[in-house]
Design a protein around this ligand. Structure first.
Ligand SMILES: *Cc1c(COP(=O)(O)O)cnc(C)c1O
Length: 232
C-alpha cells in the first residue's frame, strides 16, 4: 500500500499544481476551485488513500458501487453524487451523499425535495445542463433552464441550488470544450440576473479541467488523472 499511497500523493500534488496554474492564468484564486476526486474506478482502499493525500471531496456516479465502498471506507470526505439518478434511488442517494450534481429534470428535483424534507435536511444540488446538445447526455436544455430554476425555487424548499453542472463532449483537444464551458458560465450569469443566488460551476474532467477553470469552474471532477501509474 505504501507504493500506491506515494503514487497517489504525487498525482494529487501534480493535479493541484495544474489547478493552481490554470487559476492563476485566469486571475483566479486556486482556493476557489474544489477538487472532487472521482473514485468510481477503484475500491475503498484507494479512495481512502486519495483522501489521506489531502483531497476532501470525492465523487461517485453509481449508487450500487458507492454504497459498499462507503461502508468500507475509514475516511469521511464530502461525497458528491455525479451520475444519472433514477427517482427510485433518490432516498438512498440522499442517505449516502452530501451533494447531488446531476439534477437533470423537474421530476427528479421534486423527488429529491420530498425525500430531503423527510430526512429533515436541505440538499445542495447542481442543475445539470446539456450544453452540447448531444443525445447521449443528460441535462436541461439551455432554453429550458430559466423555467426549471424558477420551478425548483418555487416548489423545492429543501433543495439549495448551488450552481450548474455540465460535461463537454469527448475530444482529444481540450480547447474544443471551451465554448461549452463558456456557455455554462453565461447561463449562470443569466440565472443570477434573474435573481437566483447561485454561484458555482461544476465542469471539467481529467481531459479538460484546465480549460474549465479558465472559463470559471468552481468544482472540477477528476478521475483518471489521479490514478496514472496505478494498475487498474
Ligand atoms: C467519470 C466521471 C468524471 C471523471 O472523469 P475522468 O475523465 O476520469 O476524469 C467526471 N464527471 C462525471 C460525471 C463522471 O462520470
Amino acid at each position: 500500500m505504501s507504493d500506491v499511497a506515494s503514487i497517489l500523493r504525487t498525482n494529487v500534488s501534480r493535479v493541484r499544481e495544474r489547478v493552481a496554474a490554470a487559476a492563476h492564468r485566469s486571475g483566479r484564486d486556486p482556493g476557489d476551485v474544489v477538487l472532487i476526486a472521482v473514485t468510481k474506478y477503484h475500491g475503498a482502499e484507494i479512495a481512502d488513500a486519495i483522501v489521506q493525500a489531502g483531497v476532501h471531496d470525492i465523487g461517485e456516479n453509481r449508487l450500487q458501487v458507492a454504497k459498499p465502498k462507503f461502508a468500507s471506507m475509514t475516511t469521511k470526505p464530502t461525497r458528491h453524487f455525479i451520475g444519472p439518478l433514477q427517482t427510485n434511488k433518490v432516498k438512498q442517494v440522499l442517505e449516502l451523499f452530501d451533494v447531488v450534481h446531476s439534477v437533470d429534470r423537474i421530476e427528479l428535483a421534486l423527488e429529491i425535495n420530498k425525500r430531503a424534507a423527510q430526512l429533515g435536511r436541505n440538499v445542495p444540488c447542481f442543475a445539470q445542463v446539456n450544453v452540447s446538445g448531444e443525445a447521449s447526455k443528460g441535462g436541461f436544455e439551455p432554453n429550458d433552464l430559466p423555467g426549471a430554476l424558477e420551478e425548483i425555487a418555487a416548489q423545492c424548499p429543501n433543495i439549495v441550488v448551488r450552481g450548474l453542472m455540465t460535461m463537454a463532449p469527448e475530444s482529444a483537444n481540450p480547447d474544443n470544450a471551451r465554448p461549452h464551458f463558456a456557455r455554462l458560465r453565461q447561463l449562470l450569469e443569466q440565472a443570477r440576473k434573474a435573481g437566483h443566488d447561485i454561484c458555482s460551476l461544476s465542469m471539467g474532467m481529467s481531459g479538460d479541467f484546465e480549460v474549465a477553470i479558465e472559463e470559471g469552474a468552481t468544482h472540477v471532477r477528476i478521475g483518471s488523472a489521479l490514478y496514472e501509474g496505478l494498475e487498474a
